[in-house]
Design a protein around this ligand. Sequence first.
Ligand code: PLP
Length: 344
Amino acid sequence: MTATISHRATNLVAHSYDDFPVTAGQLDLRGDNSPPLSAEFTRPIALPTAEAATYGDIRGELRLRTVLAELFGVDRDQVVVTAGGSEALWLALTCVTDHGDAIRMPRPAFPGFEQQARLLGLRVLPYGAAAAVPRRGTMPVLICTPHNPTGLLTHPDGAGRSGGWVIWDLSHMTTSGTGLAEFTTGFGAQDIAVFSLSKMLRLPGARVGCLIGADPALLDAVVRAKTHVAMSTSCLAQDLALRVLADPAARHELTVRTTLFAEHRAQLLAAVDASSTLRAVAAADGTHLYVEAVDGADAWQRLAVRGVVGIPGPVFHGTSREVRLCIAQPQQVIDDAAARVRAP
Ligand SMILES: Cc1ncc(COP(=O)(O)O)c(C=O)c1O
């Protein structure tokens, strides 16, 4: 008898930035290249030995949940700290679907959505990321806002207020200002938010995120599922996340950075507009632009030849006519990229 790898694992697709290398003279717009946020990073991690000697609360460290609850304008009992946005997403999908169920997901989109759905045996019914989001109903709907890779925004009323589950992926929202709390105002029992500290907070290596829910039965299910998937989230990582979230200097840097990214977005969108061969989705937030070749050519190639390297559309279940560019780059890279994009 031969031992085989499962179909679901065999069929998984996982890319890394190294699949799209940047060569000498090219500009790297594949992902966020901005430095970590905070002076906190220069302090040695204070090892909370006593905490590391226990699993800790499965829902996450109380002080971190309290800070996250304030950010989201919810009660701390509604927050579960997770190993990145990916685990939050996994827990949300696991707790609102059964094998064989259908779910609405955007396309193009963060690849993890459909790959996780595949692992869970779900049927994905895609909707166009640039079209109106589906109304909530019998089928769960996943909505990403700010959307990766297009930078489009969906209003919290977008899917309607009552009906079935909506999983809101808010991973690309900034924690500066009151946007997160305003977004969750009016969240009903069937709204779930997933969030990642990997994005604007620049802590991808810490692997910290969270899930916010209003339904006690959902939260109980999430805690049961997490008990068997990861138990608790690393206490060292939670300590770092707490320090960065609570650090006024980091908060100030994030506000400055959010404004700077808006300028970068406007600058690159103007460059695409001025180009005769490219057009872009009208990004409003986040750190990405989704650019298309107007004549149907391979957009990744077209830009790579000009020395601007992004991530090809097919990675996001888009087409080869499209490419994602990340605007979270030093000013000089944005200036050079704009000139190259604009060139005839
Ligand atoms: C929309 C979206 N959701 C979730 C994630 C996963 O976040 P994490 O890296 O914290 O697991 C990402 C990562 O890029 C993302 O873009």
